[in-house]
Design a protein around this ligand. Sequence first.
Ligand SMILES: Cc1ncc(COP(=O)(O)O)c(C=O)c1O
Length: 410
Amino acid sequence: MDFEALFSADARVMQPSLIRRLTGLVNQPDVISFAAGSPSAETFPYSRLTEIYHDLATVEKGRLFQYSVTRGNAELVEAVRERTARVQGVAASADETMIVSGSQQGLDFIGRVLLDPGDAAFVEKPSFPGGIDTFATYRARLFGVTSHDDGMDAEDLARRVREARAAGHRPKLVYVIPNFQNPSGRLWSLERRRALLEVARAENLLIVEDDAYGELYFDGVTTEQRSRLKALDPEAPILYMSTYSKTLAAGLRVAWIMGPAPVISRLVLAKEVGDLCTSTLSQKLTLEFLRRGWMDEHLPGVRAFYQHKAQLVDAALHKHFRGLGRWTPPRGGLFVWVELESAYAIDTWPVLEASVAEDKVAFIPGKPFFVGGVGRHCLRLSYSNVTDDNIDKGLEKLSRRLRAARESVV
Ligand SMILES: Cc1ncc(COP(=O)(O)O)c(C=O)c1O
């Protein structure tokens, strides 16, 4: 049978994620991998989750493995609302809140519910490929918006919106990650946050605010510096998303979306046909972890774990990467973004192949994070899964490899 002829138009535009394609290459056991972007399993509270599991199984028996309601377990929704209001400063009613099986699923439902082929969606340069690829799957026209160390350039956003309209694309949404972005680690300034809110309001754009890393801040970053857009302007049309993947355990697949009730109810319909409900077991484990007050006790250790690694990476970059490129010292999250001197036109993609094959050091080249095929001279370093001892060693080797690549270009 000709299976190609069977595929739908949507399926035909699906592309394997470049990063996932790299996985086989970069996840070999003898490779020092700055590539794996997943949180460290060392930070997952294994004993406490096991204790909760035993307690729940004893009391709930078979109910622990039953279906749940599509919008999310009502008690979990309450616990999430309480904590998000208290810690993230984002208030939402139960009608304005839903649980999803990971924010990646949330992004998919947002694409499904809001984007028709040809609609315009705006993303940072660089941005999270999970967002870019999802919106592309719904055949949206993606526009990359210039972004600086302190956030998205709102004037450029306004320009891109005009450009989209002039080309016949209907501007629908802007997708942003203002706190410790994947891949750049950037923390937006308050001015840039306010400027985005203003342009989005003027241009009638829905904001998708992805706050996957906002709780993983390091010492010295104030609550005000992490102000969520939805907290700064509670009335603005914003879909605020966050996840327990980085703070509790990624495999539980528990995340949440808060936004205008009419949009949330459509997203719940998408979830009804998407997966019926998020795992009851995962939701109850998460609920009980929150109820016992363990999240607030657990997070300082997680932050300290990543801050320590980030400091080692920053120190190693100072030692080995001087004159090679620039980076912003990480202030939270899991990533450091390096921009090599563009004058040398080093393409980091072929460098990766040689680096893995010969030096056994992996990273992610910049290209998959950009709309429009730019960013070849950039690379993302993730420090979550590299042992302390290997950080300096790996970055020293990588700096040598990059210097050699620079010489061959010159
Ligand atoms: C910015 C961003 N959003 C969403 C996700 C997906 O997270 P989840 O595990 O909740 O699906 C990730 C995961 O890497 C991410 O970096």
